[in-house]
Design a protein around this ligand. Structure first.
Ligand code: LMR
Length: 338
């Protein structure tokens, strides 16, 4: 048993023993919702919205406590904590499910697979999305919804216009083999790192650059330690909202139904604000004057696209060719037409 696992079990047991039975009967059911980004982001705001609607719809029977900015757990720990039941809800990025064995989720990391939110929603809000969430059940996890963030920009201390500009740069990535391959495809050196550590790693030069939607970049102040940012929109970053399956299945049916409704409403809200939040964050980055924001020309973007899209074939055996083809069918993407 790892140290973390031991202390989580001890914590859960002592908390239970210390709670008098009467208090248990009257106190609201506390649902801990942990995440790694700032409160002022699409995910942070949607988690707060869910907490509010959960309290309203259950008439106060459920109290959702939101822990933002990795204050409770960092990336890898939060998955373990959810499976152990030390926390009840998370919304990890889709790029973080590979280490759990749910490699299909890395389809969302394939560079240039989605051109816009509409194409993406055909997958996440449709049948394919439901099938993907269902794949988590064997791991003690219940998938509740997909929440958007947005399309990623690249940043570094040099201008990133052409594929060659990435050569030799140490680029921080999330824990996804597809993102690893994507960075290698342009000659960069990918480095997996927890989100909470990125700012410092950029500041101290442990890594040279990174990729993220603008809301994440701005709220973590990454633009203050990156001289250049390129609006490549080369890939998507979004979330699966997940819960501990045993916890969810053990809820009284009426409460579960109310929480499902709160989740449906939160998903509509999250997916409505995501683009606005990212656009606003980009304007704030520009206004700060701390980083030079570059819009690649169509020819430059196409060169990056051509260099990266070969990753689709390279990763087909890992992700599953079927799921990639299903997504192509939904979005109309055809790599042979580049
Ligand atoms: C990252 O690690 O860059 C993102 O997954 C953070 C997040 O949750 O949006």
């Amino acid at each position: 048993m790892s140290l973390l696992r031991r202390s989580l079990v001890a914590l859960a047991t002592s908390a239970l023993a210390a709670t008098p039975l009467l208090a248990l009967a009257q106190a609201p059911l506390v649902v801990k919702f942990s995440h790694v980004v700032a409160g002022d982001t699409p995910k942070g705001k949607a988690a707060e919205f869910f907490a509010k609607r959960a309290a309203e719809l259950t008439g106060g029977k459920v109290k959702v406590e939101v822990y933002a900015n990795s204050t409770l757990y960092k990336d890898k720990e939060e998955m373990e904590a959810l499976q152990l039941g030390a926390v009840q809800m998370l919304a990890p990025s889709l790029a973080k499910f590979g280490p759990l064995g749910a490699k299909e989720f890395e389809v969302f990391d394939l560079p240039f697979i989605f051109d816009n939110y509409d194409e993406l929603h055909r997958v996440t809000q449709g049948k394919v999305g439901q099938q993907l969430l269902g794949k988590l059940e064997g791991r003690g996890i219940k998938g509740l919804a997909f929440w958007d963030n947005g399309f990623k920009s690249m940043s570094a201390n040099k201008a990133l216009k052409n594929p060659e500009d990435f050569k030799g740069l140490k680029m921080r990535i999330q824990s996804s083999k597809v993102l690893e391959a994507q960075m290698r495809a342009v000659g960069a050196l990918p480095q997996v790192m927890a989100f909470s550590e990125v700012y410092q790693a950029l500041q101290t030069g442990v890594v040279d650059g990174t990729e993220n939607p603008h809301s994440n970049l701005f709220t973590q102040k990454m633009h203050e330690v990156q001289k250049h940012m390129s609006l490549t929109e080369h890939g998507y970053l979004g979330y699966a909202v997940i819960t501990n399956k045993k916890f969810w299945d053990g809820l009284p049916a009426d409460v579960r139904g109310q929480l499902e409704k709160a989740m449906q409403e939160s998903t509509v809200y999250a997916n409505k604000i995501a683009k606005e939040e990212n656009d606003a964050a980009l304007e704030k980055v520009k206004a700060s004057g701390k980083t030079a924001v570059y819009q690649p020309t169509p020819a430059e973007r196409l060169a990056i696209k051509k260099a990266m899209v070969k990753v689709h074939e390279e990763m087909a055996s890992r992700i599953g060719k079927d799921i990639i083809d299903t997504v192509y069918k939904e979005t109309g993407f055809d790599p042979s037409k580049l």
